[in-house]
Design a protein around this ligand. Structure first.
Ligand code: SF4
Length: 225
């Protein structure tokens, strides 16, 4: 692993009084750059993997294992939270046909961030943030709103709204993914995003997504992230 030093980056300024950051990670490609950015700035952090939205289980395990492998390389603590998929389906009930970036996604972010905020509060983290916003497919404001809402449940917690795409972050995310040959997911994560992505592929004459076959730098395409 080669971390870009601060010679090549501007130092990050976390929120005031930040002692330790809990990074909610959605996957290795999105969190790779966020991790390297924090490492280069000397910020102490741990990774929190809580993504019960990911379907099917096989895809969930692949994304998680990639993230664990990279965290080990960095010697960063990795907290593996529940795959409480039944609760996820319960929360998004009635929102099955919402488009991406719609209300179902707000509920999905809220659920993941509420759990992250609780863990942060109970384990001495004063700040949390997420790798979710680095993807060009996501609405940064929607993610920030969910993060701020979750953090506001605790007096001692701040959500760090930094835009990880800035200062070359979006390009470095791709560079790191290729360098590390990360698994390349081709849909956001839930069963509904899988359904909708497959429908779009069908309309373009493409076959359905095959799980576990695409890796950055090997047989990658810039379809997602
Ligand atoms: S599309 Fe993505 S963010 Fe939206 S509900 Fe599905 S997994 Fe969550």
């Amino acid at each position: 692993m080669t971390v870009d030093t601060l010679k090549n980056r501007k130092p990050l300024t976390p929120p005031k009084h930040t002692h330790k950051v809990l990074l909610h990670s959605c996957c290795a490609p999105c969190s790779g750059e966020v991790m390297e950015a924090m490492t280069a700035s000397g910020i102490e952090y741990a990774i929190f993997f809580y993504n019960p939205n990911i379907h099917p289980r096989e895809e969930y395990e692949i994304r998680k294992e990639e993230n664990i492998r990279y965290a080990r390389e960095h010697n960063i603590e990795f907290i593996d939270a529940d795959y409480d998929v039944d609760n996820w389906f319960e929360r998004v009930q009635g929102l099955e046909y919402e488009p991406e970036r719609g209300l179902r996604c707000t509920v999905c972010f809220d659920m993941r961030f509420e759990r992250t905020a609780l863990y942060a509060h109970e384990h001495g983290f004063d700040t949390f943030t997420s790798s979710l916003g680095i993807s060009r497919w996501k609405d940064m404001q929607q993610i920030n709103d969910s993060g701020i809402r979750a953090a506001s449940r605790y007096d001692d917690l701040t959500y760090w709204t930094y835009n990880w795409r800035r200062q070359g972050g979006a390009q470095r995310m791709l560079d790191i993914s290729k360098r590390e040959n990360f698994y390349q997911q081709e849909y956001c994560g839930c069963i509904y995003s899988l359904r909708d992505t497959n429908r779009r592929r069908r309309e373009r004459g493409r076959g359905p997504i095959e799980i576990g076959v695409k890796f950055y730098g090997i047989n990658d395409k810039d379809d997602f992230v």
